[in-house]
Design a protein around this ligand. Structure first.
Ligand code: ATP
Length: 241
């Protein structure tokens, strides 16, 4: 489904954020990308979602293909139309808008009213708390609820591949567990997921496959359960000695 080959990305012609990454997201799977700050995880998502140029980044070499379509040079609106929707780091919901207005904003590109209503029902089924609070302003939600809203907003565009950038950031362990369950449920309902995370426990728990990025390069990759057993992942990302 998503296929990245020998990708090189720079910012301002100088900072090499991604250096020769090759990666696959097979249809129907959850794929996790782990790595410390500055490893290039967000840059990878920006390249896929068409937001790289907004951050003055540029693909220098390599290919990114989604269902056979070349994504390099496309903008975010085109990516959304192809079925690629990103939930940005830090959630960025509209605090002054109500929960329902936030969701509607996510479905704006979709002209089909019936499909939109169906997508909204699906979001409310998945997140009953959003239904309860549908007329409240986004700013009044807790951090966990705002993350749910950001994910719900992305689902309104009916993505084929959902791109999640550190959904666990700043949330309590119990809430992180809920986010993991939500990701698993979204996947069960047929959406593939590319999950960028620093929380390796959650990410490897929910993912089928995983990649570890280290200063812009893939240092490890494979089956998520098997990677969780490797010394490097245990030591660096799971906090074991
Ligand atoms: P984090 O978890 O901190 O977001 P990350 O793994 O997502 O880390 P990136 O944000 O992709 O890493 O950053 C990779 C490298 O690119 C870093 O050295 C970072 O400083 C640099 N970088 C990211 N965005 C820009 C930008 N807009 N302009 C210049 N350099 C950037």
């Amino acid at each position: 489904m998503l296929s990245i080959d020998a990708l090189h990305v720079t910012y301002g012609g100088a900072v090499q954020a991604v250096r020769g990454v090759t990666m696959e997201v097979p249809d129907g799977k959850v794929v996790a990308v782990l790595g410390s700050n500055g490893a290039g995880k967000t840059t990878l998502l920006r390249t896929i979602s068409g937001t790289l140029r907004l951050h003055r980044g540029k693909v220098d070499a390599g290919t990114v293909r989604f269902d056979g379509t070349d994504l390099v040079g496309r903008d975010a609106a085109q990516a959304v139309r192809l079925g690629l929707v990103q939930v940005p780091e830090g959630r960025r919901i509209f605090g002054r808008l109500t929960v329902e207005e936030n969701l509607r904003a996510g479905g704006m590109g979709n002209k089909d009213k019936t499909a939109k209503a169906k997508a909204q029902d699906r979001v409310y089924d998945m997140f009953p708390v959003l239904k309860e609070r549908s007329s409240q302003r986004g700013a009044l939600l807790s951090g966990g609820e705002q993350q749910m809203l950001a994910i719900g907003r992305a689902l309104m565009a009916s993505p084929k591949l959902l791109l999640l950038d550190e959904p666990s950031l700043g949330l309590a362990p119990r809430i992180i567990g809920q986010i993991g369950e939500v990701i698993a449920e979204i996947n069960r309902q047929g959406t593939s997921v590319l999950l960028v995370e620093q929380n390796a426990t959650m990410a490897l728990g929910v993912a089928d496959l995983a990649y570890v990025l280290d200063v812009g390069e893939v240092s490890l990759s494979g089956d998520a359960q098997e990677l969780a057993q490797t010394d490097e992942v245990q030591r660096l990302y799971l906090g074991h000695d």
